[in-house]
Design a protein around this ligand. Structure first.
Ligand code: A3P
Ligand code: MG
Length: 415
C-alpha cells in the first residue's frame, strides 16, 4: 500500500467516508439472557437503625472481634503496591472492592425489578435506587480505602433530586440499602446517616481534567439493559494527569466463559465477571465471587471474514444501519452481537469478538465514564481504541469526550 493511500484510510483499513457513510441492514444475534442468581438482599428492605457503633462493653468485645477487611489497611496496601511493582496496586484493590460491593447492591435491585415485572425505564424508582446506591458505595469505599491525596470523583449522579421535598422516602430506601449491603459484606463495621449518603453522591461532581488524579465512575452503565434484566456494568477508572491508568468493570450478568459461541453461556457456566487493567500491567478477568484473576488478551483474528463484532443493543445509542454497512464493507459474515454497556469492552478484551463499533446519532456527546474503564481493559489486553478518525480517546477534557465521529475498538491485526 502506498503512503498516500494509507493516509486516506481510517481505522479498519476503510476510508473515513466508508466509516461515516450509510447503511445496510444486518441480522443480529443478541446475547442470550444470563441465568439469574439468587438475590443476596431483599428489596425493598425493611428500615433499620442508621448508626450502630456499639456502646456497651459486651458489644465492644464483639466489635473488637468483628470481621476485618480482607485486603488490609490502606497503608499495608500501599506497601504491597510498591513491593509488587504496580504503582497503582492499592488503587486497583480498592477499585475492585468498591465495584464488587456495588454489584451486589445492583444485583439485588435487578432481581426485584425482574420479579416485579417492571420493564420500562418510565418506572424509575428502583433504577434510581440502584444508580444512587452504586455510586454511594463506590464513593464511600474509595474514600475509606485510598487515603493518599485529595479525593476527586467524576460520576454520573448528583443529589439534587434527592434533596427535594417528596424524596424523603426514596432517600431512606437508598440509605437502608447501602447500609445493608455494607453490613452484609462484613467488610466494615460502619453505617451512614442520610446526610453522609447525600454527600457521598455529591463527591461525584468533580469536573476531572488534565491534571491530578480523578476517579471516573458509571454506577450503572447500560441502565436500559439493567431494567430489561440483561447486561450492565459498574465501570470505574482512574485518571492520572489526564491518562486512564486503571480500570475495572464489574459485569454481574456476563458469563465467565466466552460469549463468542452463542451456546457458550448456557453451558451451566457461572455469570459475573470482573475485568481489571492497570497501565503497563496487562488486563485480567476474575469472577465477581472471587476466583483468582487470569490474564486476558484480545483475539488474534486478522481477517474480518472470521470476525464477529459488538455493538449497542439500543439502536438509539449507535446507528445499526451504519455499523451493518461498515461490517459488510469489511467482509464480516457473522451478525452483530448486541449487548448493553461496557460489558462489550470486557468481552472484546478476552477475545470473544474482534471488533466493537459505536456510532451514536449526530449531536450526541460521549461522557468519559462510558469509555474510560472499558478502553484501558481493551488496550491492556493488546487491543486498540480510537475514534473513527483514528485518534486516541482524550479523557483529559472534563466530563465529556471531545469527539463526534464514533468509536472503534479492535485488535491490532484488524485495525
Ligand atoms: N442517544 C445516545 N447515543 C449514544 N449513547 C447514548 C445515548 N443515550 C445514552 N447513551 C449512553 O449509552 C450508554 C449505554 O451504552 P450501551 O448502548 O453501550 O449500552 C448509556 O449509559 P447509561 O446506561 O449509564 O446511561 C448512556 O451514557
Ligand atoms: Mg453509561
Amino acid at each position: 500500500m502506498d503512503m498516500a493511500m494509507a493516509a486516506r484510510l481510517g481505522p479498519l483499513g476503510l476510508p473515513h467516508a466508508a466509516l461515516l457513510g450509510s447503511s445496510a441492514a444486518a441480522s443480529t444475534r443478541a446475547l442470550p439472557l444470563a441465568p439469574s442468581r439468587a438475590p443476596r438482599l431483599p428489596y425493598p428492605l425493611p428500615h433499620f437503625p442508621t448508626c450502630r457503633r456499639p456502646s456497651s462493653s459486651s458489644s465492644a468485645a464483639a466489635y473488637a472481634a468483628r470481621p476485618r477487611p480482607r485486603r488490609g489497611s490502606p497503608r499495608l496496601l500501599a506497601v504491597r503496591a510498591m513491593a509488587s511493582g504496580n504503582p497503582y496496586a492499592a488503587e486497583l484493590a480498592a477499585a475492585k472492592k468498591a465495584v464488587t460491593l456495588a454489584a451486589r447492591l445492583c444485583q439485588a435491585v435487578q432481581q426485584d425489578i425482574v420479579h416485579s415485572g417492571i420493564q420500562s425505564k418510565a418506572d424509575k424508582s428502583p433504577v434510581t435506587v440502584a444508580d444512587y446506591g452504586s455510586q454511594i458505595l463506590v464513593s464511600l469505599v474509595l474514600k475509606m480505602e485510598v487515603s493518599s491525596g485529595p479525593f476527586s470523583l467524576v460520576a454520573e449522579e448528583d443529589s439534587e433530586e434527592l434533596r427535594k421535598d417528596g424524596a424523603e422516602e426514596i432517600l431512606e430506601e437508598i440509605t437502608d440499602l447501602v447500609n445493608e449491603t455494607i453490613s452484609d459484606s462484613g467488610s466494615y463495621n460502619i453505617s451512614f446517616m442520610k446526610e453522609g449518603i447525600l454527600s457521598a453522591i455529591d463527591d461525584g461532581k468533580s469536573k476531572g481534567g488534565p491534571t491530578g488524579r480523578h476517579w471516573v465512575l458509571d454506577p450503572i452503565d447500560g441502565t436500559k439493559g439493567f431494567v430489561r434484566g440483561d447486561q450492565y456494568a459498574i465501570a470505574l477508572a482512574l485518571l492520572d494527569e489526564g491518562k486512564v491508568v486503571l480500570g475495572v468493570l464489574a459485569c454481574p450478568n456476563l458469563p465467565l466463559s466466552s460469549i463468542s459461541n452463542p451456546n457458550g453461556s448456557s453451558s451451566g457456566g457461572q455469570v459475573g465477571a470482573l475485568f481489571s487493567a492497570t497501565i503497563g500491567c496487562g488486563a485480567e478477568v476474575e469472577s465477581l465471587d472471587g476466583s483468582p484473576p487470569q490474564k486476558i488478551s484480545v483475539c488474534s483474528i486478522d481477517n474480518p471474514v472470521n470476525a464477529s463484532f459488538f455493538e449497542s443493543y439500543e439502536s438509539a445509542h449507535s446507528m445499526h444501519d451504519l455499523t451493518g454497512s461498515i461490517a459488510e464493507k469489511l467482509g464480516v459474515l457473522a451478525p452483530p452481537v448486541r449487548i448493553d454497556s461496557q460489558a462489550k469492552y470486557g468481552a472484546l478484551a478476552r477475545g470473544d469478538g474482534a471488533i466493537y463499533l459505536r456510532f451514536p446519532h449526530k449531536g450526541y456527546k460521549e461522557k468519559i465514564w462510558d469509555h474510560a474503564a472499558g478502553s484501558i481493559v481493551v488496550t491492556e489486553a493488546g487491543g486498540i481504541v480510537t475514534d473513527a478518525a483514528g485518534n486516541d480517546l482524550d479523557f483529559s477534557k472534563g466530563r465529556f469526550l471531545d469527539l463526534d465521529t464514533g468509536i472503534i475498538a479492535t485488535n491490532k491485526q484488524c485495525y
